[in-house]
Design a protein around this ligand. Structure first.
Ligand SMILES: [Zn+2]
Length: 282
């Protein structure tokens, strides 16, 4: 997720990342499916009609193609580079977590014009799911990161807009062990502000940029809070509150949901799929 005060400020520019790499999962194409069938299945599976989100998330189909889908691709962010990778691997439905309209109302110039032109010319459809994909009980970023850390049993927590945005679990694990598991789960570095207990008893996860919620998280009895990124002041707040704050990267904590959704749809509609991995470094 994006924290409320970051909606207009945070813009992920995947195309400029030098850390970017691409991993193509093995896939097999089985046939063709109708875009409108995939979209209506997906809207209902993700409960788009019931889940409020930031206006700019514009969850659901963002760009339509001519109606047929041969292969699905998943990426965390919309970017020109993600579109090009779709064309290279033959995908004509791209599923993303951060869609085309985060910067808000704007003229169709520069990057937006380029992206739309490319999408139309390559018959590429774009489907975006933000909060519905963070908090989904089966394929959500939070629940999947919990599982990757070894917590099979976890429950939703942290109420916002009438939704429970995060996932919490009881634990009995050394902080050092939890950090090691987290590094492995996100395949990358973890910034650790170890100002809580050495033995973790209550873990809370909100993927993305939720560090500014640390006071509310501590008030919920969490002793170790895992998120993607945080403002600088959150490190001091963690110390004052006596809780551990683990920052595993905005991008890295949000690679789970889009992949799980693409795999789920591919299975449902007998299509091939692949993950376009373009880390932002943030
Ligand atoms: Zn996010």
């Amino acid at each position: 997720m994006y924290s409320i005060n970051q909606i207009r400020l945070t813009r992920v520019v995947a195309a400029s990342s030098k850390l970017a790499s691409k991993i193509c999962a093995p896939w097999q194409s089985h046939g063709v499916a109708a875009l409108n069938e995939i979209v209506s299945y997906c809207d209902s599976y993700l409960r788009l009609g019931e889940i409020q989100d930031f206006e700019n998330a514009l969850n659901g189909l963002q760009v339509e193609n001519s109606g047929k889908v041969k292969k699905i691709a998943a990426a965390v962010d919309v970017s020109s580079r993600a579109f090009q990778e779709c064309a290279k691997c033959g995908a004509n439905l791209l599923i993303v977590h951060h869609g085309m309209f985060w910067p808000g109302l704007r003229p169709v110039t520069r990057a937006l014009r380029r992206q739309l032109k490319f999408a139309f010319e390559n018959d590429l459809a774009i489907y975006s799911a933000h909060l519905p994909l963070d908090l989904h009980p089966e394929i959500g970023n939070n629940v999947l990161l919990m599982r990757a850390l070894g917590f099979e049993e976890s429950e939703p927590f942290f109420e916002e807009k009438g939704l429970l945005l995060g996932q919490r679990a009881s634990a009995d694990v050394a902080l050092s062990e939890l950090v090691a598991r987290l590094k492995k789960a996100v395949a990358g570095p973890v910034k650790t502000i170890a100002s809580g207990p050495k033995n973790v008893r209550a873990v809370g996860i909100i993927t993305g940029a939720a560090g500014s919620e640390i006071e509310r998280i501590a008030a919920e009895g969490i002793d170790t809070f895992i998120t993607g990124e945080a403002p600088h002041w959150a490190a001091i707040a963690a110390e004052e509150l006596g809780i551990n704050l683990l920052l595993a990267g905005h991008y890295a904590t949000e690679t789970f949901g889009v992949q799980a959704l693409a795999a789920h749809l591919a299975n449902e509609f007998k299509l091939g799929w692949e993950f376009i991995n373009l880390p932002t470094g943030l």
